[in-house]
Design a protein around this ligand. Structure first.
Ligand SMILES: [Zn+2]
Ligand SMILES: [Zn+2]
Length: 126
C-alpha cells in the first residue's frame, strides 16, 4: 500500500477579506461564480508517506486512519485482527479478535459452540 500527501497552493484575489477557514464549495463559488479571481500558484507538492507518517498526517486532518484501512485486516476488515486462528475442534480457521478470544477461552470456535448448542436441543427432541 502506498500513501501520498499532496499540497496545492491556491491564491485568491478579492476586494473583500476572504473567510478563514473557507470551505471548498465556497472557494469554488467565489472564484468561479463570484467576483474573486483564483488560481493555483507555486508548484504542487507531492510526497510519498510511510504508513507511520500517514497516520500522523491523518491525525492532523482529524481523519481516522481507518479511512485508509490502516491497521485494518484486508481479509476481515477488522482492526487489530490477530490473523487466522484455527479451531482445534473443527480445524476451521477464523479471522478476528473475537474468534481468537473465543477459541482461547473455550478451546473451540463460535461455530462449534453453535453446533454443540443445536445438538443439545436436538437431543431433547429425539
Ligand atoms: Zn482478519
Ligand atoms: Zn470449530
Amino acid at each position: 500500500m502506498a500513501y501520498f500527501r499532496t499540497t496545492y497552493v491556491f491564491e485568491v484575489l478579492s476586494e473583500e477579506p476572504m473567510d478563514d477557514p473557507i470551505s471548498l464549495e465556497e472557494l469554488h463559488y467565489q472564484t468561479y461564480e463570484g467576483h474573486c479571481s483564483g488560481q493555483f500558484v507555486a508548484e504542487t507538492k507531492q510526497e510519498q508517506l510511510t504508513e507511520v507518517e500517514m497516520v500522523a498526517a491523518c491525525h492532523n486532518h482529524g481523519t481516522d486512519p481507518e479511512f485508509f484501512m490502516i491497521g485494518v485486516c484486508e481479509e476481515c476488515q477488522e482492526k487489530d485482527c490477530p490473523g487466522v486462528v484455527v479451531c482445534p475442534q473443527c480445524n476451521v480457521g477464523e479471522h478476528g479478535q473475537a474468534a481468537e478470544t473465543h477459541i482461547a477461552d473455550h478451546g473451540y470456535c463460535r461455530e462449534c459452540l453453535r453446533k454443540w448448542q443445536l445438538g443439545e436441543e436436538g437431543g431433547e427432541d429425539a
